[in-house]
Design a protein. Structure first.
Length: 97
């Protein structure tokens, strides 16, 4: 089933993102701040984030050492996803249309 049909036939409640935990909002804001900070400040912020996430500071440094990739035009393909909610007869009806 094309992704377009999956989106059209799914209720907004099913697509809605789950509510974030307060610590997730802290991490998101801190990462945004670190991205726009100088190296010394960024290092301190990443140290705080690594404490919250219980990981090493080196595990988070990849987010700030990004190498630019040239933007090339790529063909767009129709993405087909299986819809496991559909019964076999519904799939046959969809294929017949």
């Amino acid at each position: 089933m094309p992704l377009r049909l999956v989106i059209q036939n799914t209720s907004p409640e099913e697509i809605e993102a789950p509510h974030q935990h307060p610590s997730a909002k802290f991490v998101e804001a801190a990462l945004h701040t670190a991205k726009n900070s100088k190296k010394d400040t960024r290092s301190a912020i990443v140290a705080d984030i690594s404490d919250v996430l219980n990981c090493r500071q080196d595990d988070l440094n990849f987010m700030f050492e990004h190498q630019m990739v040239p933007n090339e035009r790529r063909p767009v393909f129709e993405l087909e996803l299986p819809d496991y909610r559909m019964s076999l007869s519904d799939i046959y009806k969809e294929a017949a249309e």
